[in-house]
Design a protein around this ligand. Structure first.
Ligand code: ZN
Length: 297
């Protein structure tokens, strides 16, 4: 699956495409009851199954401009010890898909992580000869300074209030060791502000709330524009219901405000909105739908 934005090509490569029962979603979206989700009819068939399960996707977006190649978000990764069973010691064919897309690891010039959660930093590194090495040895890895400082400094009210069950997933000590510090130690990281310009076509857009330094990615070329959401919304139901935050948002009030601001900015414009966890077809336009919004695919 790929999209063209002016002279830029954006290609999706998937690591996993789970269907999640609302009964088993661990309360990730506390407001998303079965009745509330069923009431949003446009979510079917792409984003909700006939049974009423949520379709999700974990993918990287490969952004190719005339002069550079950038990977946006690096999924869960292989061989990593993780709290969630589905993600623990994963062995996916991600690198084969990467090659099928016509990319080599060595040809990547930039890596962007929208935030530092386990499903966005995994393929920053790979396990080779008994150690974690950068998967993309010739890339600059652009990390939001604010995000890095939040997760490496574990003091503060958010960290203290985390239930034990989430701490292992979210406090990120494992991912810092196996997916962040190896690229820092290799000298490949540039710590940047949340509105950093990566190339003439690619810039960061601050979308805080899910995490403090969370960013979306704006892509503009020849008068055309796309935006990659990151986890400011995980599922298109949060376009219909922007007030639905997740239990993992570090600042749910800010996360809500970010979603409303984001939709108001792009509603009824030609901007292609590409979801970081939206199931296929993954991208569409935000259109006004009564008092709220819809993703037109
Ligand atoms: Zn995510």
């Amino acid at each position: 699956m790929a999209w063209r934005v002016g002279e830029v090509t954006i290609t999706r490569i998937t690591e996993s495409e789970p269907e999640i029962s609302l009964a088993d979603d661990l309360g990730f979206w506390p407001d998303a009851t079965a009745d509330a989700v069923n009431a949003i009819q446009w979510l079917r068939p792409h984003f909700v199954t006939p049974k009423g399960d949520l379709r999700l996707s974990f993918h990287s977006l490969l952004v190719e401009t005339p002069k550079t190649r950038v990977v946006v978000d690096t999924c869960v990764g292989n061989d990593k010890t993780r709290h969630m069973p589905a993600w623990n010691q994963m062995h996916s064919d991600y690198l084969e898909k990467f090659a099928e897309a016509g990319w080599t690891r060595e040809s990547v010039r930039g890596v962007l992580c929208t935030h530092m959660h386990v499903d966005h930093v995994g393929w920053n590194t790979m396990w080779v000869d008994g150690r974690w090495v950068p998967t993309f040895p010739n890339a600059r890895y652009y990390f939001s300074r604010q995000e890095y400082e939040f997760w490496t400094n574990k003091a503060g009210p958010y960290h203290e209030q985390l239930p034990d069950s989430l701490r292992e997933t979210m406090e990120s000590s494992a991912l810092l060791v196996d997916s962040v510090m190896p690229v820092v130690d290799a000298g490949l990281v540039e710590f940047v502000e949340s509105d950093h310009i990566i190339s003439p076509e690619i810039r960061l857009l601050p979308t805080p709330g899910h995490s403090p330094g969370h960013v979306s990615i704006l892509i503009e070329s020849r008068g055309q524009r796309a935006v990659i959401t990151g986890d400011m919304a995980h599922h298109p139901m949060q376009i219909a219901c922007p007030a639905w935050s997740t239990v993992l948002d570090t600042d749910p009030v800010q996360a809500r405000k970010t979603r409303f601001d984001f939709y108001e900015r792009f509603v009824d414009t030609p901007t292609l909105v590409i979801g970081t966890h939206f199931a296929a077809p993954t991208a569409g336009r935000i259109v006004r739908d009564g008092e709220t919004y819809r993703l037109a695919v």
